[in-house]
Design a protein around this ligand. Structure first.
Ligand SMILES: [Zn+2]
Length: 341
């Protein structure tokens, strides 16, 4: 529709519709916008870029419109000047996680399939019309934003603990090229690590959850990473529950919070039978963080059939995103568009 007709339509809507029809139209428009979420989020993003006028290449502010690309999308150019400006062109996607991704009309449907945890094989063999490789690439693009989407701060009762995943090089090209990433034959998924405890064979994942459902999750290299990961991210006056590792005590002290050491439940049935009172409901424990670990493990090891350690943060972000309250597929797109890379 050209601009004049659109203006006339808007005037007619304002002048001729009854209040009831206006409400009807509003609901209808909302449905249309939802069904065309990828296009509308692209337009929103283009508006943002136009208003902000930042060059994603050099960060300079002197940006002008620069025609349209083959798909009809607005392009921009950073104006070169004596002291600043790189003179390069860009579009609304440049510098976001979705840069150079094609077929925007299919993004929303793809995000919906991600919301249902569809595998790349399922997506490729469905009627969406993208290849297996594209499905895999798009998944990783959308998840990039989710890997960083974490609670800024936790407060109240905070449960913290680590869980471990086996170091994995799933999909590493070295296995088929004869240059394996580790000096060992490839192994099948599953099974325990060869040596107990922390070693190069297992990678720790730190999790802290509060009673509001906010989560901080980080793949660590060793337990020495616990303190830096939680520094400044616990509200003062909170109560941190952990298994009593020194790092958590230090975090609590630094955050001006209390620390409670939670004793593991007695495993000896006899001691359990004769020892002590039944557990009071509402007592502090590690139940929330343990339940979270259980879900994460099931998702990574069974749902995703194992994940390369390299991509573990992405997949943890996937589960967090979909479990977050009020999740909708369009959010994966919006986050991808608003996350700079
Ligand atoms: Zn520039």
């Amino acid at each position: 529709m050209d601009r004049k007709r659109f203006q006339r339509l808007k005037t007619a809507v304002a002048r001729d519709l009854t209040a009831e029809q206006c409400l009807d139209l509003e609901a209808h428009l909302r449905e249309v916008v939802a069904s065309r979420a990828s296009e509308t989020s692209l337009v929103e993003r283009t508006r943002e870029v136009t208003e902000a006028g930042h060059c994603p290449h050099c960060g300079h502010d002197d940006v002008v419109r620069h025609g349209r690309d083959k798909a009809g999308r607005q392009r921009f150019r950073c104006r070169r000047s004596a002291e600043a400006g790189c003179g390069r062109t860009f579009n609304a996607l440049t510098g976001t996680a979705l840069a150079r991704m094609r077929k925007p009309e299919k993004w929303l449907e793809f995000a919906e399939r991600m919301g249902a945890f569809r595998s790349v094989d399922e997506v490729a063999s469905s009627d969406l019309g993208i290849s297996r490789l594209t499905a895999w690439r798009w998944r990783h693009r959308l998840l990039k934003a989710q890997a960083d989407a974490q609670a800024a701060q936790l407060g109240g009762v905070v449960e913290a603990d680590e869980t471990f995943f086996r170091t994995s090089y799933k999909g590493h090209r070295g296995w088929v090229r004869g240059t394996p990433p580790e000096n060992r034959p490839p192994r099948y998924r599953g099974g325990p690590a060869l040596s107990p405890g922390i070693s190069g064979e297992r990678v720790p994942v730190l999790t802290a959850v509060d009673r509001g459902g906010a989560v901080i999750e980080q793949v660590l290299r060793s337990r020495a990473g616990i303190e830096p990961a939680l520094r400044g991210r616990i509200k003062p006056g909170s109560v941190i529950c952990s298994d009593g590792l020194k790092a958590y005590v230090n975090v609590a002290v630094a955050a001006g919070s209390e620390h409670r050491r939670i004793q593991p439940p007695r495993t000896d049935w006899l001691k359990k039978a004769i020892g002590g009172k039944p557990r009071r409901p509402g007592r502090l424990g590690l139940g929330h963080v343990n339940a979270h670990h259980e879900r994460v493990k099931t998702f990574v090891n069974r749902g995703a059939r194992g994940v390369s350690t390299r991509y573990l943060p992405l997949y943890l972000g996937w589960l967090r995103a979909i479990r977050s309250p009020g999740f909708e597929a369009a959010k994966l797109l919006r986050d991808g568009l608003s996350t700079p890379t």
